[in-house]
Design a protein around this ligand. Sequence first.
Ligand code: PLP
Length: 464
Amino acid sequence: MRYISTRGQVPSIGFIDAILMGLADDGGLLVPEQIPQVSDATLKQWQRLTYSELALEVLTLYVENEIPRQDLKKLIDDSYATFRHKEVTPVRRLDDSRYVMELFHGPTFAFKDVALQFLGNLYSYVSRETNSVIHILGATSGDTGASAIEGVRGKEGIRICILHPHQKVSRVQELQMTTVADANVLNLAVQGTFDDCQRIIKELFADVDFKRRYHLRAINSINIARILAQTVYYFYAYFRMLDQGHDAQINFSVPTGNFGDIFAGYLAKRMGLPIHRLILATNENNILARFVSEGVYQPGEFRKTYSPSMDIQIASNFERYLFYLYGQDAEKASALMAQFKAEGRIVVAGDALKQVQTDFLADSVRNEDCLDTISEYYEKYDYLMDPHTACGASASDKLAANGEKTVVLSTAHPAKFDEAIRLRNIHQSYPEPIEALFEKPQFQTVVDVSNEAVREQLKGFFNS
Ligand SMILES: *Cc1c(COP(=O)(O)O)cnc(C)c1O
């Protein structure tokens, strides 16, 4: 399997090079040269597999023989052994048409663990096999940083530095990142906003000399390994629905920010998984929902919401979908992205817009509706959802038709977003591993908002 860029200016590369490249060198995103096709007969065989066995089959289609099967199996087994639930991503039935797939049983109680546990082990494997140093640099508004650190803490050959905005992440998120004592982890708390953190990272990555000298690698959601790892659970949930005797019109509703998770669902469908509808749920930062309804992709004004991990203005994985929308057309994707850069918007009309509306249903969930949904599900089903998941549930309640079954992807444990849940007078107790965080010492370095300050810290850390 070879990987190409959505902008067509990178010679095709193998799986490991694609992982290491992160963002394609031409500014595009890497995608598999062909989407592997899974037959009905294969689907039938896969239905009996455990989560890890299934992950091995799905990922083998994308890795082929670049990693020996036994090695890939070990990577996958190690990645999902850290999950607290034996099914890894269990599917819960609420009623005959409503199901929730819980993606939050990993170390940091957020769905990002599903991909980042795997990516951490993969980086560690590549470092060992190629005898190379891997230094991960990233910025986070909360969940990604904690999850990425958990993915590589204590691993040989890897160091990780994560920037977060000082005192602007939730208390639990801060503790998850900063109570990690391993020497290969550096937390920089930047005295600014998340946007400042991201800008600094971007500028450091753009300094090619610095990037090479310090072996910098990215972990953001444009890494194709993250997408591929996430396709697995769509198959897994679909099979659990079959186990329950449902075999037609199964939808997935996906709380969406950067379009990574729902793109994984789109890819699973293109591989041959007979998903009925993909429901794209946004919060009030609804560029993607507006795109699906009107065909106009244009950032709006920033709104504060209860689901901060979906507070995005530009969806970093969206370009991958544009590439497929026009039949794997790199020229078209490049032209549209150039237009976006120049004019600040992309317009899709006619047959292409019809295709978009066939591929997705979409809804933007208002803040009050999000909290209402949490209350309603808590009362009706005795099921407590976090605000991100609630956006998915609210959208599917609005958009799924009679007779359809919808699996809502639950992307975070409710304890991570207790501040919002308490607004509805719902009181939960924290799971023990989260409770324990409050007792642990913290390790972080507070720095000014400046490239130089961060650069100095990185030099010290990566040279040590
Ligand atoms: C990252 C995240 C999302 C959004 O996922 P995307 O792949 O960026 O669309 C939704 N919910 C939670 C809790 C997240 O951490």
